[in-house]
Design a protein around this ligand. Structure first.
Ligand SMILES: Cc1ncc(COP(=O)(O)O)c(C=O)c1O
Length: 382
C-alpha cells in the first residue's frame, strides 16, 4: 500500500494544459487557454528591462513595492471612488492565483463552508479543500449564466465562511451589476461571512462600467477583491496581481502570503508602477481594444452553426454547439481540436455537477485578427 494519500485526490492536470497540449500536437489554432497571442506594450517591456539593468533584482517588500501600491490606490480612487490604504490594504502577489489562495486560507477553517457559483474558475475549490473547508456549489442559470440570488440564500447558514464571486465572469463572459452586488450585500447582512471577489477582468467590460465589490460600502467591509496585471497588460506569464481588503483581512492574508511566496517579482513591480502612471490610457482603452476583437470574432461566427450571445466582459466567448452535435462537451472539444483544428475549453470542467445535456464551449478571443480570422473560417465549416 502506498503511504502517499493524496490531499487532492480529484485533481489532475488542468483542462487548460490538456487542451493546449492537444492543440500543439495537432497543429490546431489555440483558442482554449486564456492568453493573448500578442505582446505587452513595448514601453512596459522597456521599463522592465530598465529596472532589471538598474539593479532592482533583490527581494521586494513582502506587501509589494510601495510605488505600485500607491499607483493602484490612485487607480481605485479614480475608477471606483474607493479609498484603499496602500500601507495596510493593498498587497502585491505573484498572480491573482496566489491572492485567491491566500485569501481563502486567511479565513477558511476546517469544516467551514464556502459558496461558489458554477461554472467556477478552477483554482477556488482545491484551495478551499486544502484549508479543510467544504465547497458548496450554486449553479448559475443557463443559458443566461446569471445568479439566482434565492438559490444563494437557500445555502447560506452560520457555517458559511466565504462567498466567492467572479465578475466579469470566466468562462461565461457575463458581468454582475451594482444592483446584483446590492442584492448580495443584503443577503449576507445576517451572516458573519466574508466575500472573495475575483475581478481579474475588471477593465474588460463592454457595456457600462465594471461593478466592483470595493465600491459597495457594505461589501467593502467584508471583502477581498483580487486583480491581475497579467490580464490587463497582455502579460499572463508575468504572474503579477494584487489583493485589496480591509486592514484586518489584509493582515491575515499577508500572514499566508509571507510564507507562500513572501513577495512578487521586483523589477516587474517597478515597471508596472511606472507604466500605470505614464500610460493610464492603456487600462482605460482596454475595453475598446477587446470589444473590437469580440466583434470581429462574433461577426464571423454568425455564419456558423454555433449559437451565442455576445460576451459582456472578459476575453472569452461562450458558444452553444447544440445545432452541430449532442455529444458531451469534452468529446466535442477534442474532436473540434483534432478534426477541425480549433482548440476550445469544454465548460463542464468548471462544474461540480454539469447540467445534463449542456452543449457549451469557451473560445478565447485575446488573439490577433489573423488568428481569429483563420479560426472562424474553420468554425464556419463545422
Ligand atoms: C477568473 C480568473 N481568476 C484568476 C485567474 C488567475 O490570474 P493570474 O494569472 O494573475 O494568477 C484567471 C486566469 O485565467 C482567471 O480567469
Amino acid at each position: 500500500m502506498s503511504l502517499l494519500e493524496s490531499k487532492l485526490p480529484n485533481v489532475g492536470t488542468t483542462i487548460f494544459t490538456v487542451m493546449s497540449q492537444l492543440a500543439e500536437q495537432h497543429g490546431a489554432i489555440n483558442l482554449s487557454q486564456g492568453f493573448p497571442d500578442f505582446q505587452p506594450p513595448a514601453r512596459l517591456v522597456e521599463l522592465v528591462e530598465k529596472h532589471l539593468r538598474d539593479g532592482r533584482n533583490q527581494y521586494a517588500p513582502m506587501a509589494g513595492v510601495m510605488a505600485l501600491r500607491e499607483a493602484i490606490a490612485e487607480k481605485l480612487r479614480d475608477l471606483y471612488a474607493v479609498h484603499a490604504d496602500p500601507e495596510s490594504e493593498i498587497t502585491i502577489t505573484p498572480g491573482a492565483t496566489e491572492a485567491l489562495f491566500a485569501a481563502i486560507h486567511a479565513v477558511v477553517r476546517a469544516g467551514d463552508e464556502v459558496v461558489v457559483f458554477d461554472p467556477a474558475y478552477d483554482s477556488y475549490e482545491p484551495a478551499v479543500a486544502l484549508a479543510g473547508g467544504k465547497t458548496i456549489h450554486v449553479p448559475l442559470e443557463t443559458p443566461s449564466f446569471t445568479p439566482r440570488w434565492d438559490r444563494l440564500e437557500s445555502v447560506l447558514s452560520d457555517r458559511t465562511r466565504l462567498v466567492i464571486v467572479n465578475t466579469p465572469h470566466n468562462p461565461s463572459g457575463t458581468v454582475l451589476s451594482e444592483a446584483d452586488l446590492a442584492e448580495l450585500a443584503a443577503l449576507l447582512r445576517p451572516y458573519g461571512c466574508y466575500v472573495l471577489s475575483d475581478e481579474v477582468y475588471e477593465h474588460i467590460v463592454f457595456d457600462g462600467r465594471h461593478a466592483s465589490v470595493l465600491a459597495n460600502p457594505e461589501l467593502r467591509e467584508r471583502s477581498f477583491a483580487v486583480f491581475s496585471f497579467g490580464k490587463t497588460y497582455h502579460a499572463t506569464g508575468w504572474k503579477t496581481g494584487y489583493a485589496v481588503a480591509p486592514r484586518a483581512l489584509t493582515a491575515e492574508l499577508r500572514k499566508i502570503h509571507q510564507y507562500l511566496t513572501f513577495a512578487a517579482v521586483t523589477p516587474l513591480q517597478h515597471a508596472l508602477a511606472d507604466f500605470m502612471r505614464e500610460c493610464p490610457e492603456h487600462h482605460l482603452e482596454l475595453a475598446d481594444f477587446y470589444r473590437k476583437k469580440r466583434d470581429f470574432f462574433v461577426e464571423r461566427l454568425r455564419a456558423s452553426r454555433f449559437a451565442f450571445t455576445p460576451s459582456q466582459g472578459t476575453y472569452f466567448q461562450l458558444a452553444d454547439y447544440g445545432r452541430i452535435s449532442r455529444e458531451p462537451d469534452t468529446d466535442f472539444a477534442r474532436r473540434l481540436t483534432i478534426e477541425h483544428g480549433v482548440a476550445v475549453i469544454p465548460i463542464s470542467v468548471f462544474y461540480a455537477d454539469p447540467p445534463a445535456g449542456a452543449t457549451f464551449v469557451r473560445f478565447c478571443f485575446a488573439k490577433q485578427e489573423a488568428t481569429l480570422r483563420a479560426a472562424s473560417e474553420r468554425l464556419v465549416a463545422v
